[in-house]
Ligand binder design. Structure first.
Ligand code: SAM
Length: 213
């Protein structure tokens, strides 16, 4: 993905009350931030945040945390978030998900969403893909028994790879479709920015739901 540098985005993120700055010190204490024991769902690589904002609106009894590596993208989510100060169940972290185990305790995250994750097409970069076995291992560390992931993409090679990785990691594949919008699973689907863009171009959207072993 090409990223524009957005001047001042790092500073704006540092100032926003909706971004967590000392995320590693929150490990094991995320429920205190929300002031309740509702389950915590995270989206990794949330981009400009359209999906997670809508999920937080629809599900006030679930706490959401959006994770994004780049300030220039995160700033767009923060701008939207600031329009909804009454929303109490959504925060953001600017970080690389590789270090997610430093930020959440065992079982602290009930569910993980991965939407249109970067494909990293070169074989030697496979372990950077957010659905690689290396990342699934990291997710195992923070999910409770019965926890899982939902992954959407229009990228067929990445989707095929992800199905293989779920199997290699011995996760349980609960369901999958190669054309979400025409499938029985589309009801209640919340579109992401990329999903809208690519489905308008005519690309079918693939989705898998998997549960940790
Ligand atoms: N999820 C959004 C959507 O569907 O519209 C954005 C998709 S965009 C292609 C992928 C996003 O994931 C980018 O904003 C990128 O910066 C972020 N990302 C990629 N690898 C990441 C990582 N290791 N940790 C955190 N964010 C990451």
């Amino acid at each position: 993905m090409r990223l524009k540098n957005v001047p001042g985005s790092r500073e704006a993120i540092a100032e926003s009350e909706y971004t967590i700055k000392n995320e590693e010190s929150m490990k094991g204490k995320w429920h205190e931030l929300f002031g309740n024991n509702n389950p915590i769902h995270i989206e990794i690589g949330m981009g400009k945040g359209q999906f997670i904002m809508e999920m937080a609106r629809r599900n006030p009894d679930i706490n959401y945390i959006g994770i994004e590596k780049y300030s220039s993208v995160l700033i767009r989510a923060i701008e939207k978030r600031e329009q909804e100060p009454l929303m109490k169940n959504l925060y953001f972290i600017r970080m690389d998900a590789e270090y997610i185990g430093n930020v959440f305790d065992k079982g602290e995250v009930a569910y993980i969403y991965l939407n249109f994750s970067d494909p990293w097409p070169k074989d030697r970069h496979a372990k950077r893909r957010l659905t690689s076995r290396q990342f699934l291992k990291r997710y195992e560390e923070i999910l409770p028994d019965g926890g899982g992931i939902t992954f959407k993409t229009d990228n067929v090679p990445l989707f095929n790879f992800s199905l293989e990785e779920v199997e290699a990691a011995e996760w349980k594949l609960l369901n999958f479709t190669r054309d979400l919008h025409k499938s029985e699973y589309n009801e209640g689907n919340v579109m992401t920015e990329y999903e809208k863009k690519f489905s308008e171009l005519g690309n079918p959207i693939c989705r898998l739901v998997a549960q940790k072993k």
